[in-house]
Design a binder for this molecule. Structure first.
Ligand SMILES: C[S@@+](CC[C@H](N)C(=O)[O-])C[C@H]1O[C@@H](n2cnc3c(N)ncnc32)[C@H](O)[C@@H]1O
Length: 240
């Protein structure tokens, strides 16, 4: 299916937000990290600058910096308007005001844009998409997926989630996914079923609280591992 720019919101979080969302330690930050659906987030730029090993995949990386910049400007006004309208759905603690949110997120996206040309050349930004990734098994120590799986449960099926998470656990030793709520602030309709299917396929899953909550009730991540490499399918072909 062709990827369309029209149904994507170009919106990216900061390095500090990633560290908190995924409860990352210094040791975690030293691993080979894959960011899945990183879009215009600043995580890759900041970690690469600090000497980390990080690769991001997202279908938007097929587009030029100019095109991504103009979509960010359109998304910025759209998202900020929505946040003004629905401000009670968010926790204004880490980021105290809507104005500060706009500043922090735009700073992160500008950091991404500055880094994007060199990151493309270095192979840190790769145009690819779930559920199939262009990497060999165990290429990464950690795969992170922020604000894609579970959040868009209305658009992405339970099967898509299982297949995607098994793929993450094939290319990385461990996967972390945040948040576990879907749009509308409800627990994802797929969460229980997806966890049960993963466990049935030999994966270990745990829901863990993290020191980050912006969407009200979104303060947990899912950690998934292959269960000492003993998953029934070896990762890539799910047994539904
Ligand atoms: C809401 S943004 C989140 C960006 C970033 N992870 C963050 O938290 O700031 C969701 C991103 O997922 C990307 N995306 C959409 N479908 C995808 C797929 N099948 N595989 C990987 N990324 C996808 C979009 O292009 C978009 O950049």
């Amino acid at each position: 299916m062709a990827f369309s720019l029209d149904n994507i919101v170009f919106w990216g979080r900061s390095f500090d937000e990633y560290v908190a969302m995924f409860n990352m330690s210094e040791m975690d930050l030293g691993k080979r990290i894959l960011g899945v659906g990183d879009g215009p987030a600043a995580f890759n730029a900041a970690l690469a600058r600090a000497g980390g090993h990080v690769t991001s995949i997202d279908p938007i990386y097929q587009f030029s910096a100019g095109k991504i910049r103009s979509r960010i400007n359109i998304s910025y006004h759209m998202v900020m308007e929505q946040i003004y309208k629905n401000s009670s759905e968010f926790v204004w603690r880490r980021i105290p005001t809507i104005e500060e949110l706009g500043r922090v997120r735009m700073e992160a996206m500008l950091d991404f844009l500055d880094d994007y040309p060199s990151g493309l050349k270095e192979g840190r930004y790769i145009a690819a998409q779930l559920p199939a990734l262009p990497f060999k098994n165990r290429s990464f120590g950690l795969a992170l997926c922020s604000h894609l799986l579970f959040l868009y449960s209305d658009n992405l099926s339970a099967d898509f989630h299982v297949q995607s998470i098994m793929e993450l656990c094939s290319v990385a030793t461990e996967a972390r996914i945040f948040p576990l709520i879907e749009l509308g602030l409800k627990k994802s309709r797929h969460l229980d079923l997806v966890m049960a299917r993963l466990r049935n396929n030999g994966f270990e899953t745990s829901m863990e609280s993290v020191p980050y909550e912006f969407q009200r009730g979104g303060d947990q991540m899912l950690r998934v591992t292959q269960g000492n490499g003993k998953s029934k399918s070896g990762g890539r072909s799910p047994d539904f």
